[in-house]
Design a protein around this ligand. Structure first.
Ligand SMILES: CC(C)(COP(=O)(O)OP(=O)(O)OC[C@H]1O[C@@H](n2cnc3c(N)ncnc32)[C@H](O)[C@@H]1OP(=O)(O)O)[C@@H](O)C(=O)NCCC(=O)NCCS
Length: 174
């Protein structure tokens, strides 16, 4: 299904904070992750700090924010140019399946190419089959598996439950 003609993807603005908060909350709820306000505030401020390599785009329709995507640039030992990591993608529930997610990914792709990036990549949880239906259309599955060890007391104490809990919950409900 085509997106409405009024869809615009643009960089986030300071005046978007309230609507961005709602989408960001939705994204974190989806991954059963509770972030302290300090982290959200820091992430938000980084979007507007020219020294930071972290960026946010939002999808809007008639002034309403209906999606967000966050991305950042980093070095790679196997590439000369920057690598772009698309970290977060979220669209409002009532607009899903209308091309907003795809438009956000394509917008990051265009911006990364404009910055001379040689690769754009992202991760998803293996249970996120809905997201993978989109991803399989716009990129290739690299086959790499992500391992991690959390190092901050916040994550070690399990206050951010994240992927392991998500996996158990979905295993129970399937
Ligand atoms: C994943 C997510 C961002 C996709 O956003 P979206 O706006 O629904 O995606 P799109 O409408 O652009 O989907 C594009 C394609 O995927 C397919 N697709 C998306 N959702 C689908 C669904 N529920 N069922 C079947 N196909 C689907 C569509 O067929 C579409 O293909 P087309 O453009 O060729 O018609 C959205 O579902 C979401 O926010 N989910 C919760 C958070 C999340 O999972 N984020 C990603 C974490 S890695």
């Amino acid at each position: 299904m085509a997106v409405g003609r009024g869809l615009v993807v643009r960089p986030v603005r300071r005046s978007d904070r309230e609507q961005w908060d709602a989408l960001w909350r939705g994204y974190n709820d989806f991954y059963e992750q509770r972030l302290p306000k300090k982290i959200s505030d820091t992430t938000w401020d980084r979007f507007f700090d020219a020294r930071e390599p972290v960026y946010a785009l939002v999808a809007t329709e008639d002034g309403r924010l209906i999606g967000l995507v966050h991305y950042l640039f980093h070095r790679s030992t196997s590439l000369v140019g920057p690598t772009c990591y698309l970290q977060d993608l979220f669209t409002a529930k009532d607009v899903r399946g209308k091309g907003v997610g795809r438009a956000l990914i394509e917008a990051v792709y265009a911006r990364a190419r404009g910055r001379g990036a040689e690769r754009l990549y992202w991760q998803t949880h293996r249970t996120n089959v809905t997201a993978m239906r989109l991803y399989d259309k716009v990129a290739v599955n690299s086959g790499f598996v992500v391992y991690r060890r959390d190092m901050s007391p916040r994550t070690r104490q399990g206050r951010t439950r994240g992927a392991a809990t998500l996996s158990r919950r979905r295993a129970r409900s399937s």
